[in-house]
Design a protein around this ligand. Sequence first.
Ligand SMILES: Cc1cc2nc3c(=O)[nH]c(=O)nc-3n(C[C@H](O)[C@H](O)[C@H](O)COP(=O)(O)O)c2cc1C
Length: 362
Amino acid sequence: MGRLTSVLVASAYKHAVRPILFRHDPEIAHNRITALGEKISQRRIALSVIRYLFGQRNPLLKKTVSGIEFPSPIGLAAGFDYQAKLPWVLEALGFGFATVGTITNRPCSGNPRPWLGRLVKSQSLLVNKGFKNDGIVATLKRLQNLPSIMPVGLSIGQTNSPKIDTEAKAIDDIIACFTYAEGHPHQCRYYELNISCPNIQKHISFYSPLPLKKLLEGLERLKISRPVFIKCPVSVSDEELVGIAETASKFSFISGLVIGNLQRDRTHPTILRDELAKCGPGNFSGLPTRVRSTELIKIIRAKFGTRFAIIGCGGIFGTEDAEAKFAAGADLVQLITGLIFKGPQLVSEINHSLTGHNLLWK
Ligand SMILES: Cc1cc2nc3c(=O)[nH]c(=O)nc-3n(C[C@H](O)[C@H](O)[C@H](O)COP(=O)(O)O)c2cc1C
């Protein structure tokens, strides 16, 4: 994408599209964007125009991580395309990969609404969805015809139900979901094991070594055919994340760590008081996750060297934020909130800037 096109699209998004989108309830806005993306995905000409404007990738952006070739190191994080409706348009926008889900073994109706809030000044979204999804059986059907150029991954978590109320039940539930996914055809290239969703009713923690070891031992027995990345929390101490990584490092099927998920800390200095006062339950994406995720990437890279592929995630709103994650040790990065706040040109803009730097090819 040319510099001028990028500036024009960014400006049109900021001054015309975003004000309209942000006037609507965030869930309605998200549903409309998804419906539009789905329509575009079915029209070849529209996809070609978008790809012409945004999706032309410099071959230098290609990166092979955990045996998968990524056409760009910038991906879409779990939580935006729950139902795998958008991979085609995401690829045309310049994304190098996308994670679908989080999905669960059983269908989930999610937490009581509202599911989403918007903190414009704090550059954050309040998320309280609680894994609203159709379950593995229905979702897998949609994962059988994905674009071949862009890897798509599947995020799996524990079913959000009051019935899954013990560690043993949560482990069985997650294993059942992976078993189903492995036993049926689909084109996902990697899995994310989401142990860090802060929004579920009966949160069974896998942050301490023993429960995590039990879960990973159960999954190891499945001899999973694709790389597995653990989606890690950011609202933990350095020691807690190192503990998670230490346990994970003993399981060769765990290829990498996604660092990380939403910010739980409501006193975080980036969350402005007046916006917080209007927030119901939930946890925060965007700016409140940015610094901590980068710090944790640095710690894990320093302590574990190349044992893990690291996918940096949290608060990427532009090239500098992505570069900070790469400089800290990330192999790939993911985003959601930046796309919503900055517009559809963001990924193309970052792709373009990265080819002018040497951070990717060290
Ligand atoms: C609307 C929304 C829904 C999310 N749902 C999930 C989810 O289902 N699974 C998951 O692992 N992370 C989920 N997340 C967290 C994101 O994947 C990501 O870790 C976090 O938002 C930080 O990235 P960002 O600042 O670029 O948004 C969600 C985030 C948002 C904004």
